[in-house]
Ligand binder design. Structure first.
Ligand SMILES: Cc1ncc(C[n+]2csc(CCOP(=O)(O)OP(=O)(O)O)c2C)c(N)n1
Ligand SMILES: [Mg+2]
Length: 368
């Protein structure tokens, strides 16, 4: 019996609409109303400025460790913008812009990164799952939600985000397989930002793309320029339509870059070059989208300044509200209170360390 070849019929499609030289492919330009285009821009700008402010707050000791999103605003907003309130968002831990657009208050983000349980509360009617720090675990939750939506005969869509590193977890493979078998209405958004802490993409996998992994599970997969918000928007629109029409899941690989550190506890200069970062800074999604809007006559210098002012004001209000609430709440030490009747030794040690740090902080404040 000679060896034969099975033609799976698949090639990986790559989509870019507004390239990094700002050349627009008119034929592929998605049909988005002027109002929605500006809203999309506002949310991306908010995501960027809030991230910058959080970094300042962290460096001033006013919030704890957090993972910056800078450079990934298009991948997040171009995707989540398609969700209706009755759809589900299942984030990882780097989707601050997407979560805020869905309705999470920026103040609650600040509370969360200061260790207050109050920063994790999601209103019952809001169909968002909490941030998932165990890498890849949220993928399974998304598939379960989508299976339930299908079982109940709704047209709800579930969108989940994860990184390139998460594709090495068993949860990713189990999740995609299960979603395809049950034709569950999930949109899998992989933000391939080239790094999983200090592990570069080429040490994470041996395939040319992440999108091609969809083929093995029997679902459509596409790679898009994740710094081109129009390309993300167009690809995710197709995927959401597919999910709503009971045509199953899709994997979308958004090629982007983590411009900043993994979290504020990380120093990327120890493992990557400045030259590499500089290449990606030139592909920054925000100026690219700004130029597009300017050329359409939707944005000018005055409009941009006004928006910057409004965004900064909103951020300041959030910081003030969070700091006021934190003062009222006191110390976040009660985070240890309700999980165990008796704390295991490792948590007891963490509690004591936090108590010590909080006392030192108080002393420092008292001495001006
Ligand atoms: C199961 C698990 N293993 C390890 C970690 C530690 N960890 C946190 S983030 C991360 C890398 C994630 O990389 P990626 O999925 O590419 O997401 P990114 O941080 O780039 O957004 C690791 C290993 C974790 N949180 N959970
Ligand atoms: Mg990554």
């Amino acid at each position: 019996m000679p060896r034969t070849k099975i033609d799976t019929g698949h090639k990986v499609e790559y989509l870019s609409i507004l390239d990094d030289q700002n050349k627009l492919d008119k034929e592929l330009e998605p049909d988005i109303s002027e109002e929605r285009l500006l809203e999309l821009y506002r949310t991306m700008l908010f995501g960027r400025r809030f991230d910058e402010r959080m970094l300042n707050l962290q460096r001033q000791g006013r919030i704890g460790t957090f993972p910056p999103i800078k450079g990934q605003e298009a991948a997040q907003m171009g995707a989540v913008f398609h969700l209706r309130p009755k759809d589900w968002l299942v984030p990882a831990f780097r989707e601050t812009a997407a979560e805020i657009w869905r309705g999470r208050s920026p103040a609650s983000v600040l509370l969360y990164y200061n260790g207050f349980n109050e920063g994790t509360i999601i209103p019952m009617e809001q169909r968002d799952m909490p941030m998932a720090v165990p890498v890849g675990s949220q993928i399974l939750h998304a598939v379960g939600l989508a299976y339930a939506a299908k079982y109940r005969g709704t047209d709800e869509v579930v969108m989940t985000f994860f990184g390139d590193g998460a594709t090495s977890e068993g949860d990713f493979h189990e999740g995609l397989n299960c979603a395809a078998v049950y034709q569950a209405p999930v949109v899998f958004i992989c933000q391939n930002n080239h790094w999983a802490i200090s592990i570069p993409l080429q040490k994470q996998m041996h395939t040319a793309t992440i999108a091609e992994k969809a083929q093995a599970y029997g679902m459509p997969g596409i790679q898009v320029d994740g710094n081109d918000v129009l390309a993300v928007y167009a690809a995710v629109e197709e995927a959401c339509t597919r999910a709503r029409n009971s045509d199953g899941p899709t994997l979308i690989e958004c090629v982007t870059y983590r411009v900043m550190m993994h979290t504020t506890a990380d120093d990327p200069s120890r493992y990557r070059s400045e030259e590499e970062v500089a290449v990606w800074q030139k592909k920054d999604p925000l100026p690219r989208f700004e130029t597009y809007l300017e050329e359409k006559g939707l944005l000018d210098a005055t409009g941009r300044d006004d928006l910057e002012d409004k965004v900064q004001q909103q951020i300041q209000e959030a910081v003030d509200a969070a700091e006021k609430q934190m003062k009222e709440l006191g110390d976040p030490i009660y985070m240890f209170d309700h999980l165990y009747e008796q704390l295991p030794p490792y948590l007891q040690r963490q509690k004591e360390e936090l108590e010590m740090r909080l006392q030192a902080k108080k002393k420092e404040a008292d001495h001006g």
